[in-house]
Ligand binder design. Structure first.
Ligand code: FDP
Length: 352
């Protein structure tokens, strides 16, 4: 993997300024949003890093809009992002996975032309066990004429995103983003508190090593999903077996596959017919990043970034990663297979 090519120290600030200079008509508003995101990322990283030291872990007692127990750090991360972003004059509305409705810009602040959608702390079930978690963000441009953003501004297809990024709080903290000019990764140097360019122009391998899926759902998958998973595992003799890696934190699984190649899959199943992951806060931003890095993202039938959002918290099945591995998913999911033709993964594994 030859992406560690930075020969001089480039801070995220300098990088953003240099990127902006390439576009003479840029107003600097998008750059301002990216700076603010970098600041929020440092503040959240600080909280995540000290979570084991101070007694701030554990459920807060409130449920989020999906009815999941909300962890304290989710709430903290949500508040940090809102406070870092609402007063800059660049946004006209926000939406968060942790909030049921649009988050308006307070009346005393100026509104700008962009909207921010975010998942403040993805993988929250991993917080208590010291496993990497992440933040995911998506930036859209306002379409309606009023000063304040409206639902229509937020419910745009992913292909209209102006920027997308994620922060992974792992063995180091990294911020990875795209504005449609490639994907660039920055690693936080905790000694100086700066994100430094560490992974310029990230490219995902054409086909990959890793398969990330929770196959405890095999019993409730459709037969063509089971056939697809047998393919990835090399059980139908059509390809070499991929290595299974599942953290259960989307950002961590996606980040590893972006670097090493492979596919992350969260298919629909009989219990969750629309899948689990959220189109606006998770699938769209990661799809934008993945495509910019040379990969693909589909819901099985449609390109993720073409799916029309109908509501803020819409869920979507997700197959995302290396181009050839996602193409295999699209091809195999388009053809229903008879159940009798697909032995279970465990039966097949036992007999090989
Ligand atoms: P979590 O429930 O911990 O917030 O976004 C939801 C998510 O995590 C993803 O980060 C992760 O990939 C997925 O759910 C894990 O779901 P399963 O436990 O069903 O595999």
């Amino acid at each position: 993997m030859g992406f560690h090519t930075a020969t001089s120290v480039v801070t995220i600030e300098r990088f953003i300024i240099e990127q902006e200079r390439m576009f003479p008509h840029a107003t600097g508003e998008l750059s301002g949003i990216l700076y603010d995101i970098a600041l929020a990322a440092k503040m959240i990283a600080n909280k995540v890093r000290s979570a084991g030291l101070v007694d701030i872990l554990g459920a807060e007692g409130k449920d989020n809009v999906q009815g999941e127990a909300q962890q304290k750090l989710d709430v903290i991360a949500n508040d940090i992002i809102i406070k870092a972003m609402d007063h800059g004059g660049r946004l006209c509305a926000m939406a968060s996975e942790e909030e049921p409705d649009i988050i308006p810009i307070p009346d005393n602040f100026r509104c700008g032309k962009y909207c921010l959608l975010f998942d403040p702390l993805d993988g929250s079930s991993n917080i208590d066990v010291n496993v990497p978690v992440g933040t995911i963000l998506s930036v859209l441009q306002k379409r309606t004429n009023g000063i304040r953003g409206e639902m229509e501004d937020l419910l745009q297809r992913g292909k209209y995103q102006k920027a997308a990024g994620y922060i992974i709080y792992g063995s180091s903290t990294m911020l990875v983003y795209t504005t449609g000019q490639g994907v660039h990764g920055f690693t936080l140097d905790p000694a100086i508190g700066e994100f430094l360019l560490s992974h310029p122009n990230m490219r995902i391998p054409e086909s990959g090593r890793y398969l990330s899926v929770n196959d405890s759902y095999e019993q409730v998958w459709d037969d063509n999903v089971r056939a697809l998973m047998r393919r990835y595992r090399g059980l139908d003799g059509e390809q070499r077996a991929m290595s299974v890696r599942y953290v259960g934190s989307l950002v961590a699984d996606f980040h590893r596959n972006l670097l090493g190649g492979g596919i992350f899959a969260y298919p629909a199943n009989k219990k969750s017919p629309r899948g689990k992951l959220r189109l606006l806060y998770e699938a769209n931003p990661l799809a934008f990043i993945c495509e910019q890095a040379g990969g693909l993202a589909t819901d099985g039938a449609n390109r993720i970034m073409d799916v029309k959002p109908l509501e803020l918290h819409q869920r979507v099945p997700l197959f995302i990663g290396s181009k050839r591995d996602v193409e295999t998913a699209s091809a195999m999911l388009a053809q229903p297979v008879p159940a009798s033709a697909v032995p279970s993964l465990s039966a097949a594994t036992a007999s090989t």
